[in-house]
Design a binder for this molecule. Sequence first.
Ligand code: ZN
Length: 214
Amino acid sequence: MTAKELLRALKMVRVPVSEDRLWFKSLLLDPGHGGRDPGAVGPTGLKEADVALSVCLWTELLVRESAPKVKLSLTHRGSGMTPSARRQAIRDAGADVMVSVHCNCADSRRAKGGEIYTTVGETVSDPVAANIAKRVQKQFPDLKWRAGPGGEPDREAGFYVLRTQEGLARAGVLLETMFISNPAEEKLLSQPIVQFRFACAVASGLLCEQPATS
Ligand SMILES: [Zn+2]
């Protein structure tokens, strides 16, 4: 990644006027899969777990730089964990907001685009999802955004990492960056600048004054 590319991506990270005006005090980043679970694997062998971890580590760096007072943690740093250990880690963190990062996968190699999920029937996370979705689209104007059935930026699903959020954190979203099963998107996902730009989108989607309250 060149310095110019880096600066262009960074310019899109909106830093809040004052950290005290942020709507959250603690953030948990959850890199999907990891350890013995590579997640989805692309046509040339790119692992979802590696992309997710890279996006989360960049996000951590950006948030720490912009909002050092935020209590920030990761569920793991590459070691991965069993679903029950992950649920426990999320419960233990009790963060105001959790962002889980993944790559999408489909049988058809033509499937493409980005998605963000919130829990079915829950609305607290919707503004967070909308903010991050907006920033992803800003970082990647050519990316097909797979909106919800009513045209809303987020989709709803019962992912276990999100279900764990019920009553335990104010907000939780799951970002499906791109389809690792699509050769063109796999190629993009393998690039550090693309991983960094997803991190910029997540960080700037979070670092704003809009409260995530219903
Ligand atoms: Zn995944």
